[in-house]
Ligand binder design. Sequence first.
Ligand SMILES: [Fe+2]
Length: 292
Amino acid sequence: MRILHLSDTHLERTDAPNRHGVDATGSLRLMLAALRHQRDVDAVVVTGDLANDGAVEAYTVLRELVGEFARTWNAPVLYTTGNHDEREAFAKVLGSGHLDPDGTDRAEATSGSGERAAVSTVGGYRLVTLDSLVPGEVYGRLGAAQLEWLREVLRTPAERGTVLAFHHPPVTLDVPTQRAFGLLNPDDLADAVRDTDVRVILTGHFHLQLFGFLERTPVWVTPGVVNRIDLTARPGTERAVRGASASLVELGGPSGPMFHTFHAPDPRAHEPVYELDDERTREFLDRFGPRG
Ligand SMILES: [Fe+2]
C-alpha cells in the first residue's frame, strides 16, 4: 500500500501571491510535477488547510489539480479539513472528501453532525478521515460525538488494518507553537484507538516532517506544500521558508510503516517567507493559544 501524503496547500481564491508573496498554487504545481515519476500509488491523502480562507474557488482548483494528478494511477483522493478550511465550502466541492478518480464520492460512511469525517476502503485498508477543525481557532480538537463514531467504525477490524488521517498532530516537539496549536485532546484519541487495527495516523499542520507515537500507534506529520517551518530559528521565534514537500507512506511490507519526504526542486527553496521575533511569536500565542 503506497499513499502519497500532501498537506497544507493553503490555496487562495485566485492565482495571485498570498500576503507573504508566495504563489500557493504554483507551489502545489511544482510539487505535483516533481512527483510525476512515482509508481504504484494506491491513494492520495491531503490532510487539511486546503484553502487558505475556505473559498469555493480554491477547493475547485485543488480538486482539479490533485484529481488530474491522481488519475494517472487511477488512485482515489482523500481530503480532510484543517483550521483554515470551511466545512460548507469543503463539502460543496469535495463532498465527504473521499473521491474516486472520476470524481464520484466513494465514502462508505460519514460521521454526520456537520463534521467532515468519512470512511472508505482502498486495497483492503480502511481509510478514515477525521475533522479536527475548531472554527475560528488554530488548534484542533476531536469532539466526543466524532470519537464515538470512530469507536463504532473501529469495532470491526478491516481486512488489512486502518489508516487515520486528519489535520492537527496528536504529538508535538517542545516548541511553544506546536504545544499550543496541535490536537488539544490526544488522550481522548489514544483511548479510541487503543487495541484497534489502526496502523498509522497521518497528519499535517506543522509544515515540517515529524514522527512519533501516540501510545503504540505511529504518527506521521507530513511537511507543508505552501512553505516550510524552519526549526533552526532561535527558540521562541518562528521562521517560515520557501519550499514545498510531500511524503510517501508505505504500509504492509516487512518494515512498514515507512515514510519518505520529497522536496520540490524550487530554486528559491529555503528563502525566508516570514519571521516572527520573540515578541510577535508571544503575541500570536497569546491571541490564538488555548484559553482557560
Ligand atoms: Fe493548519
